[in-house]
Design a protein around this ligand. Structure first.
Ligand code: MSP
Length: 712
């Protein structure tokens, strides 16, 4: 039986135009899908748009449009953009399609029939931007996006999520691979271990959604609606025979590739819904990190987005694909910059692979009229290259299968460098005076046949990442159309030795022309132009209500009431972006300052004792302190509060050696809403004085204090 592989991207909200952040997830899936197909695996690659919910309803209204018109327009921008980028999804689902609606209603009815849905009332906080229920009082800030939540009071249907605490923990234990990377796994585990409450799965205060079957004043909660796309696109809910067969063939998914911020929905809610409905679970949820621009997450509401087209139009789609997969270790956040892109392009593509191909193809034409010669008797140098290339294939495959695309490309580029070095060492273009003509031709034949074979292997390997360039090179190497090779599952048998003597090379064609100095500016200009015309096209930017706040700013926001008390212009130092509440110290008063009349402190900046007691300050002891990979400023602490232990992240890594902190008693804010940083959840903050330059000094005690004691 043919192996099959089903992979999905998240479906994108239609309140934002497609940008590089969205393209990133889709490009990664495209590279995986292309490789699987070329390996002979029957592959289904799904993407699409998430079009229901309060957020979209409001965005449409703001844009002066009806939700369906609005959704159709932006959804088309996504599908057009994927086409322009040459991406190859097998299906593009829109959640407003009939096939999806039918499937969602079937899923809802199944959950209800199996006793996992009951009617109730929800009063609490809701983050419209994330379409997520948030624990807390009115005014609570969403721990994920930093926006202020809204109070919702509605009749709802509830899903018995609480019944799945144990089954989910069992699943995570039995299948550690179910959610990856480890940081996401840890975060989800800690979320579920913290206890699961039943989840409201319908809304009644607006109408833009899929009606609950049999009770149409409710619409299905948008996350239940959206997650179901992974099965409805395959035909779940359809009676049609072909759809049923597709569902049978491809479900369960091999991988749901998602952004790390939506792990909870995919690793907790989705498997719980599926278990409740008696449907098999996906094999894995894989989270990518964020693409940052100017160090913060690329997103429309921050206004720091770059469109994939601006890059693709100037440097080509392959340059973008290569940069995203090579530059960013998958699973981690990565910075995007035009300069870094141009640097990688020139270094690895123009001067690296592109130059290598052009040298060898040109020499083959010049010295052998474009026909591959017999390599003749090989020397140690060729045997070495052969061995390296042979070892590169499984190494590349191992990294790629492990989602380490950067590692996979790195090992291929090390082969590129080896071939380059081999050419330089053998210099087939130059005949030394003491070499006979016959010997020189023999060397040229040996070297060019060997180098061309190495390029063939390299090109096969990089095909999923650089499909357009691989297509060109394949022709130049006289291998015909790469699409035909894919149909013949050429990657399955990719091995050294496939380039036969006598093969006629195609004409040389430019691959990666060197990017000139003004390339970055050209992309920036295109970006500015694109943005301008996009805004004009819809009569204004499509914006959500407020601007997203970075996690660091969320921390600041939470600390604000305290900070404001120091109305007489305190010196407030920011200690990294981590939850350290900085005790503020005023700059030493100068004589003039001391003599100056004290400015009256505005009434509204004061807090009452009742406000203060809301902050639960407690004594804790540090049990574990360790650095977090790739986070220079953060330490992960496990602290003991006497009656409980918890994890806290603190931005003190540049000032405290973790080993020296163990055993130290500190003060923490114990009732702070959890925050996620670097994929880890921080359950509180520690207190420190903040000195000039942001240097923190941990608050502590001279006398013995019991763990957990409250500070009042
Ligand atoms: N509609 C939901 C997902 C439902 S899936 C059943 C959603 N949509 S989204 O449009 O806000 O984001 C979707 C995905 O886009 C993210 O999970 C992520 O994969 C990708 N990205 C959006 N911005 C990104 C970056 N700046 N960087 C990396 N990925 C980004 O959440």
């Amino acid at each position: 039986m043919t192996e099959r592989y089903y992979l999905t991207t998240p479906i994108y909200y239609v309140n934002a135009r497609p940008h590089l952040g969205h393209a990133y997830s889709t490009i990664v899936c495209d590279a995986i899908a292309r490789r699987k197909r070329a390996l002979g695996v029957e592959t289904w690659f799904l993407t699409g748009t998430d079009e229901h919910g309060q957020k979209i309803e409001r965005s449409a209204k703001k844009a002066g449009s009806t939700p369906d018109e609005f959704a159709a327009k932006i959804s088309a921008e996504f599908s057009d953009s994927w086409k322009r980028l040459g991406l190859t999804p097998d299906d593009f689902i829109r959640t407003t399609e009939e096939r999806h609606k039918r499937g969602v209603q079937k899923l809802f009815a199944t959950l209800r029939d199996r006793g996992f849905i009951y009617k109730g009332h929800y009063t609490g906080q809701y983050c419209v931007s994330d379409e997520a229920y948030v624990d807390g009082e009115p005014g609570t800030v969403c721990p994920d996006c930093g926006r202020v939540t809204e109070t919702v009071k509605e009749e709802n249907y509830f899903f018995k999520l609480s019944a799945f605490e144990k089954p989910l923990l069992d699943l995570y234990e039995r299948h550690p691979e179910f959610m990856q990377p480890e940081s996401v796994r840890r975060e989800v585990l800690s979320f579920v271990r913290g206890g699961l409450k039943d989840l409201s799965v319908s809304r009644t205060s607006f109408t833009w959604g899929i009606p609950v079957p049999g009770d149409e004043k409710h619409v299905v909660y948008v996350w239940l609606d959206a997650l179901a796309n992974y099965i409805t696109a395959l035909g779940y809910g359809s009676d049609d025979v072909a759809s049923k067969a597709k569902f049978e063939k491809f479900w369960p998914a091999n991988v749901h590739l998602i952004g790390k911020e939506i792990s909870r929905f995919h690793c907790v809610y989705w498997p719980a819904f599926l278990m409740a409905a008696g449907i098999a679970l996906p094999h894995q949820v894989r989270a990518n990190g964020w693409l940052l621009f100017d160090q913060s997450k690329m997103s429309k509401s921050r206004g720091n987005v770059v469109r994939a087209e601006s890059v693709a139009d100037v440097l080509g789609v392959d340059a973008l694909r290569y940069f995203l997969l090579r530059e960013i270790p998958f699973g981690q956040d990565g910075n995007f910059s035009f300069d870094a892109l141009v640097q990688r392009y020139n270094g690895d593509l123009a001067n690296g692979y592109g130059n290598l191909v052009s040298r060898v193809v040109n020499m083959m034409h010049k010295f052998f009229e474009g026909v591959v010669p017999d390599a003749g008797t090989l020397t140690e140098a060729e045997e070495k290259l052969h061995a390296t290339a042979t070892a590169t294939i499984p190494e590349f495959n191992r990294c790629f299968d492990d989602f380490d695309f950067s590692g996979a490309l790195k090992c291929v580029w090390s082969l590129v460098a080896d071939v380059d070095g081999y050419l330089t060492a053998t210099a087939p273009w130059k005949k030394p005076a003491d070499r006979t003509d016959a010997d020189h031709v023999a060397l040229q034949a040996r070297v060019l046949a060997t180098a061309a074979e190495a390029i063939r292997v390299i090109t096969g390997l990089v095909y999923p990442v650089l499909p357009t360039s691989a297509e060109i090179v394949w022709r130049q190497l006289g291998q015909g159309e790469i699409a035909d090779a894919v149909k013949k599952n050429f990657l399955k048998s990719l091995a050294w030795g496939g380039l036969k003597a006598g093969t006629k090379f195609g004409e040389p064609a430019p691959l990666f022309p060197r990017a000139e100095k003004d390339t970055a500016e050209r992309m920036e200009a295109l970006e500015a132009e694109n943005n301008k015309s996009a805004v004009e096209a819809v009569g204004g930017p499509i914006e959500m209500d407020d601007v997203k706040v970075a996690p660091a700013e969320v921390a600041k926001k939470i600390a604000e009431p305290v900070a404001k008390v120091e109305a007489a212009k305190p010196f407030v130092a920011e200690v990294a972006s981590a939850p350290v509440v900085a005790a503020t110290i005023s700059a030493p008063a100068t004589t003039e300052a001391a003599a100056a009349p004290v400015a009256p402190v505005e009434e509204k900046t004061l807090i009452t004792i009742d406000d203060f007691v809301k902050v639960e300050l407690r004594v804790a002891q540090i049990l574990v302190a360790e650095r977090i990979p790739k986070a220079d400023k953060l330490l992960r602490l496990e602290v003991d509060l006497g009656d409980e232990k918890r994890q806290i992240l603190a931005g003190i890594a540049q000032y405290y050696e973790p080993e020296k902190l163990i055993g130290r008693k500190i003060i923490i804010v114990a009732n702070l809403a959890p925050r996620t940083m670097r994929g880890l959840v921080s359950h509180g903050m520690l207190l420190a004085a903040s000195l000039e330059g942001g240097v923190p000094v941990l608050a502590g005690f001279h006398e013995e204090v019991p763990l957990g004691a409250r500070l009042k």
